[in-house]
Ligand binder design. Structure first.
Ligand code: AMP
Length: 300
């Protein structure tokens, strides 16, 4: 089934303890769509400026991602994000965020986008997520992500959005910030009370937690020795998860659990390179090989 994503498309600067790279292709919607395209057709809605390279659009297009909803604003500058990882690579500081064209972007979705059954509102301004959701008349499953910046600046809009979506994906510090609960199970329960039927809390190298009215469980991360750049791991996790759900065409509890596992493994490839360097080299068979290994690891 078709999958729509709205979120940021960015030019990133990333600094790790051993390297610094500038002008990298990034953004929540970019990582998400690359990951999800391993499973299903993806329609990308976002905005860039005229500093954007058409080569990047071609790269998305070649991957089978529909870019009809990628607006180019003449005279505008693309969203830019810059982050620095500390020694253990689990902790990240945001050095700079320039919203540029992402601020106040007013999306008008192409007709075929509005009919998508699976909708993912990736990290980006809450107002943008709400404008897109309103246009998605064919949605059967709507899931969103958010982050500290939007929890702080658009809290009211976010609370309203939470009342209208089926699932929320966020990381542990954001879950604590949103709910005021320190314990992650309590935080997940508190998110559920705000509206979504299920919640996924990402815990970096410690895996992820799933919570719904029916069940609560954790899945470990795939143990990776070659962490080059963790940027985009969360978005690739969501892309793997939603891509698998859209491919299966349902969101039953067992499908959701397998989707969480696919999200975990998609993220594990993403961190093995800067930007999309590693993700763009893998295919579904690589993912399935890692899935066999992951299943063996978890059976006892
Ligand atoms: P992740 O590592 O999964 O949190 O995703 C990092 C990606 O999200 C980078 O490529 C950034 O360009 C993008 N990003 C960072 N901050 C924001 C923000 N406030 N809104 C939207 N996208 C963002």
């Amino acid at each position: 089934m078709t999958l729509l994503v709205v979120g940021s498309v960015a030019l990133d600067t990333v600094e790790t303890p051993t390297a610094k790279r500038e002008g990298l292709l990034g953004g929540s919607a970019t990582y998400f769509s690359f990951a999800a395209s391993l499973f299903t057709a993806v329609r990308l809605a976002s905005v860039v400026g005229d500093d954007w390279s058409d080569e990047y659009t071609q790269m998305l297009f070649r991957r089978g991602i529909d870019v009809a909803g990628l607006a180019v604003i003449p005279g505008g500058r693309t969203f830019r994000w810059s982050g620095r990882y500390l020694e253990d690579m689990n902790q990240r500081e945001t050095v700079e965020v320039q919203l540029n064209v992402l601020d106040r972007f007013d999306p008008v979705l192409p007709e075929h986008y509005r009919r998508c059954e699976f909708v993912y509102l990736a990290n980006g301004p809450t107002s943008l997520q709400r404008k897109v959701l309103e246009q998605c008349t064919g949605a059967r499953l709507t899931v969103a992500d958010t982050m500290d910046l939007w929890i702080a600046t658009e809290r009211e809009g976010l609370l309203e959005l939470l009342g209208r979506i089926d699932g929320l994906v966020l990381n542990e510090s954001e879950a604590r910030l949103l709910t005021g609960e320190n314990n992650l199970v309590r935080a997940a329960q508190a998110v559920e009370r705000l509206g979504p039927r299920f919640v996924v809390i990402k815990k970096g190298e410690h895996g992820s937690l799933f919570h719904s009215r029916h069940e609560t469980y954790v899945l470990p991360a795939y143990p990776t020795a070659d962490v080059v750049d963790p940027t985009g791991a969360g978005d690739a996790f969501a892309g793997g998860m939603m891509g698998y759900l859209a491919e299966q065409g349902n969101f039953e509890p067992n499908t959701l659990k397998r989707a969480m596992a696919y999200g975990t493994l998609t993220a594990s490839f993403t961190v093995e390179g800067f930007s999309l360097d590693r993700l763009k080299t893998i295919n579904r068979a690589d993912l399935d090989r890692r899935m066999d290994e992951y299943r063996r690891m978890l059976s006892f």
